[in-house]
Design a protein around this ligand. Structure first.
Ligand SMILES: Cc1cc2nc3c(=O)[nH]c(=O)nc-3n(C[C@H](O)[C@H](O)[C@H](O)COP(=O)(O)OP(=O)(O)OC[C@H]3O[C@@H](n4cnc5c(N)ncnc54)[C@H](O)[C@@H]3O)c2cc1C
Length: 454
């Protein structure tokens, strides 16, 4: 088992690398969701704007083409996390999240975006006794904040998913759905190109410097001279903008995809509403059905490599693949022997508060957003609006949100960073094994609003 299932579902692109020197209004570095949504937002606002996207590899090469495809409307990595970090803003952020999600669905319809979106809602399942009450409380919290959420006891959760591990559930019917992430990236590129955005794949940006009138982005085969730059390189940002390094770490997450299930095997799972599912552990799994009825099963191990290591050697991890395979069989015993042709990994950029960091450099001529943790499919579109506002609408009320203005608590430098992440990962695993009880380290970090997640 190896390789990314999603990339096998999109035709190979025909890269058109930058050749020579060009000028533009805005140069965007990175052809994932952040870069593509930002480019689109800019040209939708002003069709005369010249926007050039430089992508080192191909569109969707990074997390955007490798993720689980859960489209959760939350901008705050869930309501509880948003409430903990932005208590005064949470209702506004929830409203902005709903608005962002509705805007995304309108965009899909208007541009006939073929990304296999299914508006299934989300299901969380308790897989340990202490998680049952956690889900009950979470259901109450969502309802208090005006969201539809239903706590499901063991009998009721079996109506949604048949698994010996599922002890209870939390069903959020309006909480987004699932899609094919690589198709979404390819479709965003299609719509952006049709709107006049120039996309150059196989075009690594090696430097962005301030010039008298703006910025100069350098690539091996030419330059882009522009008024402003957008850095949309997420987990890869430390390679281009060293200062962003303090605010995020790359964490590698891994996914398996089975062969298409036979109708009998699919029926054995009782997964009638096809929701995207998470379990409620600190080290959690996420799983869903694909459009052709395969099971995608990912998560649990979130691997941090010393010195924020990132690159192809982290994209495969046989020991994690074996662990995930065993866990899949425990959740769904009928899938114990199902063939698993696809397995891959990718870097998630996470911050200490699990929400993105917005920043600028070169005297405001370069802006960036990164660090969506495991919920970037929806949040990148909102971040793109913020980035576009920073460049074209400095009076925008979005820019005064604490969510946007206040950077998260920084990670310590190495070697302390590695030690801290390792200790926190161990403490989280231990809490899972001991009825969810959080030890002194986690309680101290909770009080300070600092965490580790994927
Ligand atoms: C395994 C996994 C599972 C996930 N599951 C989910 C999920 O189910 N739901 C969800 O909401 N989120 C999920 N996420 C997170 C989500 O995928 C990301 O938050 C989102 O894709 C970030 O988009 P981005 O455009 O900012 O970054 P990326 O998609 O990583 O794009 C950055 C791009 O920049 C390019 N680049 C880097 N350096 C340069 C350079 N110097 N010059 C030019 N280009 C450069 C890279 O090649 C890359 O294409 C998951 C992530 C992973 C890895």
């Amino acid at each position: 088992m190896s390789g990314n299932y999603w990339s096998a579902t999109v035709p190979a692109s025909q890269p058109r690398p930058l050749a020579g020197d060009v000028t533009a209004d805005v140069v965007v570095v990175g052809g994932g969701y952040t870069g593509l949504w930002t480019a689109l937002t800019l040209v939708e606002r002003d069709p005369s704007m010249r926007v050039v996207v430089c992508e080192r590899d191909t569109v969707g090469f990074g997390a955007s083409g490798r993720n689980g495809g859960f489209l959760d409307p939350s901008l705050t990595h869930g309501l509880a996390n948003g409430l903990a970090h932005f208590p005064d803003e949470i209702d506004r952020l929830q409203h902005l999240a709903d608005d962002n999600y509705a805007g995304m669905l309108t965009f899909f319809a208007r541009h006939q975006v073929a990304c296999d979106f299914e508006g299934t809602g989300m299901l969380d399942v308790a897989v340990a006794p202490h998680q049952v009450d956690e889900l009950r409380e979470s259901a109450e919290l969502h309802v208090r904040h005006g969201q539809r959420a239903e706590f499901l006891d063991a009998g009721e959760v079996a109506e949604h998913l048949r698994s010996p591990k599922a002890l209870a559930g939390l069903h959020r019917p309006d909480a987004g759905g699932v899609l094919n992430p690589a198709k979404l990236a390819a479709e965003l590129a299609r719509v952006a190109a049709a709107a006049g955005v120039d996309i150059h794949e196989r075009t690594p940006v090696t430097a962005v410097k301030a010039t008298a009138g703006g910025v100069l982005a350098t690539t091996p085969a030419g330059t882009v001279r522009a008024s402003s730059a957008v850095l949309a390189t997420n987990a890869y940002s430390g390679q281009t903008l060293r200062r962003s390094n303090r605010h995020y770490i790359p964490v590698h997450d891994y996914i398996l995809v089975t062969e298409p299930l036979s109708p009998e095997l699919l029926a054995s799972l009782g997964w009638k509403r096809r929701q995207g599912v998470d379990d409620a552990g600190n080290q959690f799994h996420y799983f869903r059905l694909t459009a052709d009825d395969r099971v995608l099963w990912g998560g649990y191990d979130a691997i941090y490599a010393f010195r924020s290591g990132i690159g192809p050697r982290f994209d495969e991890r046989p020991e994690t693949f074996a662990r995930l395979r065993a866990h899949l069989g425990q959740m769904f015993p009928t899938l114990l022997d199902v063939p698993i042709p696809f397995a891959w990994g990718g870097p998630i950029a996470t911050t200490t508060r699990f929400t993105p960091v917005f920043g600028e450099a070169l005297g405001g001529r370069l802006v960036y957003a990164l660090g969506y943790t495991g919920l970037g499919v929806g949040a990148t579109r909102f971040a793109a609006r913020v980035l576009a506002d920073r460049l074209t609408d400095p009076g925008s009320p979005l820019l005064s949100l604490r969510y946007v203005r206040k950077p998260p608590f920084p990670f310590p430098p190495e070697p302390l960073r590695w030690v801290a992440v390792t200790l926190v990962r161990r403490a989280l695993a231990s809490a899972d094994l001991h009825g969810g009880r959080r030890g002194l380290l986690l309680r101290t970090l909770d009080a300070a609003g600092i965490g580790f997640d994927s």
